[in-house]
Ligand binder design. Structure first.
Ligand SMILES: [Zn+2]
Length: 302
């Protein structure tokens, strides 16, 4: 806790200067899409996305076997259940995939592409190196692996790599931030290298509700929600976006949402959403290409 004295004096002024600098910088980076509209006949878009993690970063940290087993389930079982679910409903999804998954579970990536789904970057081994040359190396390796499966280069990422390195490798969009509810353009802090951002929100992410033992969390912080609770939260989120002609980007993880009761919950959610025939269920790439084609960036350099 802070004492009231912390809010006065020099430290306070220094904090305000820093805040003013950050505000100015962010203003130059973010470009909302003015007058945004979905294609004719579409009221809102839904991107069902999955981060195909399988606990790769935990492997690198040498975490306990029981933690690793959760990830293992994602690659052996969970991914197939998600593919079956999306296939049954004929919904194309986006799988943000660490490059190393191509070595561990190649059959599932072949099945995802055959099923009409998008593969996008999610780092090499689910971590971002500090040094730029290693970041560029990881982007290149993942891009090469995903290209083998897709037959052409991926265009999307869910990562915190610098925009410049992503653009050099041909990427069009990121889906990792949430400065807006709607798709928007985001540049580097310098104002250059803009990419489309497809906003992602933690309240629409399965790990926030279903993942116990998340990255060293304490026992009190363990999360295990009833699927019914999450179903109603996400259903309400869908209705709120439908009402305003908005956008919904739900983030799943095969090792989390691939569990049987959660698959049943997602099945129910999709059935409800599909009652609305003017909803566009598509890949992140399709939304990104639509935005660039119809509403290219005006002030930021593409
Ligand atoms: Zn991840």
């Amino acid at each position: 806790m802070h004492s009231p004295n912390d809010l006065h004096g020099d430290r306070h002024d220094a904090g305000l200067d820093e805040l003013a600098r950050v505000v100015a910088q962010e203003r130059n980076r973010v470009e909302p899409i003015e007058g945004f509209a979905w294609p004719y006949g579409v009221r809102m878009a839904v991107n069902l996305t999955a981060d195909y993690d399988t606990m790769l970063f935990r492997r690198a940290l040498g975490e306990p076997v029981l933690q690793l087993a959760k990830g293992e389930f994602g690659g052996r079982v969970g991914i197939w259940r998600l593919l079956e679910l999306f296939g049954k409903h004929e919904i194309p999804a986006t799988f943000f995939t660490p490059g190393r998954i191509g070595e561990l579970f190649p059959e599932s990536l072949r099945a995802a592409v055959a099923g009409g789904h998008e593969l996008a970057d999610h780092m090499w081994e689910h971590r971002t190196p500090k040094e730029l040359h290693w970041q560029i190396d990881h982007i290149a390796k993942t891009t090469a692996v995903l290209t083998q499966f897709i037959g052409r280069a991926p265009v999307g990422t869910r990562s915190f790599y610098p925009n410049g390195a992503l653009k050099d490798a041909g990427y069009l969009y990121n889906s990792v931030r949430s400065a807006s509810q709607m798709p928007y353009y985001l540049a580097d802090p310098s104002g250059a290298n803009c990419l489309l951002e497809l906003p992602y929100h933690a309240a629409l992410t399965d790990t926030q509700f279903f993942n116990f033992g998340w990255m060293g969390s304490s026992a009190e912080a363990q999360r295990l929600s009833d699927p019914e609770r999450v179903l109603e939260l996400w259903w309400d989120a869908f209705l709120a976006q439908y009402e305003r002609g908005g956008y919904l980007n739900i983030c799943l993880h095969p090792y989390v949402s691939g569990r049987a009761l959660r698959i049943a919950m997602l099945d129910e959610l999709i059935v409800r959403m599909k009652q609305y025939t003017d909803v566009w269920f598509t890949t992140c790439e399709a939304v990104a290409r639509y935005c660039y084609d119809t509403f290219p960036p005006r002030t930021l350099q593409p």
